[in-house]
Design a binder for this molecule. Structure first.
Ligand SMILES: [Zn+2]
Length: 253
């Protein structure tokens, strides 16, 4: 039994346990090229939450990892079979209910650990902050916590070398061999500013890539995945520790 994972603990243990911070892992259910499972984002974000919480706990932090939310924003992919879209407004309703519970139980520090590029909680956090002024709510995209070029030759962001390597390390039994993977080639916008990212529009996924992947996975290895995973755990566990220890009424220096 792990006291920092809500799904596996019990009330007897929890009712007298100090809780510094709640961590909510949030993923997506979507196609990841031909070779990775639909739960790729969920598996990775859940493992990262649990292993980071374990490490922070061993250093004295008292986080609690909430059960994962498995559906993300996939509005641009509705022509890909069983990519399950959860609209941002639904996500806000869920966050509101979870925040309400935390607030009632005086668990005032809350981190949403996000594992899917289509999810964007920033504006929701602003709105929740207004509604629950005692809460400190923070978002973290684990995939932005490290420099991709330090670990991998090719980048892309979806079912790419990084995601494939980490999945090869974590759950090799759930992957098809790399010989089954598509090349992960993607098209760019014709409009320059959209590629430079200072203008933004959603991409119609199936017009951008034929195998649903963005980024060439062919150089992925479990060894690369392990190195990168360990770096992510180091970063995210440090964040959990710092948030656990933080005085939310004295956050600035
Ligand atoms: Zn993914």
């Amino acid at each position: 039994m792990e006291p920092f994972i809500l799904a596996g603990t019990n009330w007897k243990t929890l009712k007298d346990q100090r809780i510094d911070l709640a961590v909510l892992p949030w993923g997506a259910t979507e196609a990841h090229n031909y070779h990775l499972p639909f739960a790729t984002d969920n598996i990775m974000v859940d493992k990262i939450a649990q292993e980071s919480a374990r490490k922070a706990w061993s250093k004295g932090a008292r986080p609690i990892v909430l059960p994962l939310i498995p559906f993300g924003v996939n509005t641009g992919q509705m022509d890909i079979v069983l990519n399950i879209n959860m609209n941002p407004s639904t996500q806000f309703a869920i966050l509101n209910d979870v925040t309400d519970v935390l607030n009632r139980h005086e668990i005032y520090k809350f981190m949403i650990l996000n594992g899917h590029g289509g999810n964007d909680f920033k504006q929701m956090i602003r709105e929740l902050g207004l509604k629950y002024p005692k809460m400190f709510i923070c978002g973290c995209n684990w995939y932005q916590s490290f420099d991709n070029t330090e670990f991998f030759e090719n980048s892309g962001g979806h079912a790419d070398e990084m995601e494939t390597s980490i999945m090869q390390y974590l759950v090799p039994e759930l992957l098809l061999p790399l010989s089954e993977a598509g090349e992960g080639k993607s098209k760019k916008f014709r409009i320059k500013a959209l590629n430079e990212k200072w203008a933004w529009a959603e991409r119609r996924w199936s017009q951008v890539t034929t195998d649903t992947g963005i980024g060439d996975p062919s150089k992925a290895t479990p060894e690369k995945g392990e190195k990168c995973f360990n770096e992510i755990i180091k970063k995210v566990s440090d964040l959990i520790l710092e948030l656990s220890e933080a005085d939310i009424n004295n956050m600035y220096e």
